[in-house]
Ligand binder design. Sequence first.
Ligand SMILES: NC(=O)c1ccc[n+]([C@@H]2O[C@H](COP(=O)([O-])OP(=O)(O)OC[C@H]3O[C@@H](n4cnc5c(N)ncnc54)[C@H](O)[C@@H]3O)[C@@H](O)[C@H]2O)c1
Length: 262
Amino acid sequence: MLLDNQVALVTGAASGIGRASAQLFAREGAKVVVADIRETKSLATVESIRASGNEAVFVRTDVGKMEEVKRLVDETVSNFGRLDVLYSNAAAYAMGSTTAVSEIDWDRTLDVCLKATWMLAHHAVPVMLDQGKGVIIVTGSNHAIRGYPDYAAYQAAKGGLLALTRSLAADYAPAIRANAILPGGVITDLWDEPTDEDLEIASRTTPLKRIGTPEEIAQVALFFASEMSSYVTGTHLLVDGGFNSMHLLEGHLHDPNARKYL
Ligand SMILES: NC(=O)c1ccc[n+]([C@@H]2O[C@H](COP(=O)([O-])OP(=O)(O)OC[C@H]3O[C@@H](n4cnc5c(N)ncnc54)[C@H](O)[C@@H]3O)[C@@H](O)[C@H]2O)c1
């Protein structure tokens, strides 16, 4: 049990990577706080964890709002007495180039995808420092390290997360470790149902010849959450089936079907 007697808070845990991580952390012994804006799906995550004999609670939270984030951290501590692993994973974004995206959409994307991690850490770090230890994990994206058309706000947010991860690592070491996961394409609720053609393009553009699963990202989150990564902080890991190691072939950049896997 890699997280025995620990308390983990996972945002965006109603589905996808967050749900798989919450479930895996619980199987490894953690008590889990499931945070999301979607109630029905979050309660299903909680039920699945309880059904396997582990502890979880749902705290409905819009991670783009400071007062809700503060309440989330407070309720985590009042429910379970401590906070060992903060996994800032939720995201929602507006597509568009710099000129196409509105100020409202820019602000909301930055709030949910970037400022949320600062707000979560702002409230969680003092709890972790009091305990003498803690771990922060952030879900970035390969958009953090590459530029693609029509993702101005999302890419700015994801790039900022890498810098914030380094700040958290520098400011709070040695008590707290902070690392980011940069997933490649993973089939989750973030996407519309992929077509056979989508999957074929993903297999052509990815050395491992397929799109990833939420569980494969969760395994890396467990590595960062646990003592398995005790000498790892302030860095990131691409979990992309090798996508970023391969030079894109002519034509892929202009193929709208390919773009969503980039
Ligand atoms: N799926 C991919 O291909 C992919 C690739 C790279 C990065 N990511 C990142 O992975 C993370 C998880 O996404 P996913 O793919 O599992 O998608 P998902 O849609 O399954 O999960 C995202 C969750 O965030 C929640 N959420 C949205 N806005 C919120 C808010 N304001 N407050 C609280 N919760 C909110 C959603 O309800 C949802 O449950 C995100 O940070 C995303 O940017 C995903």
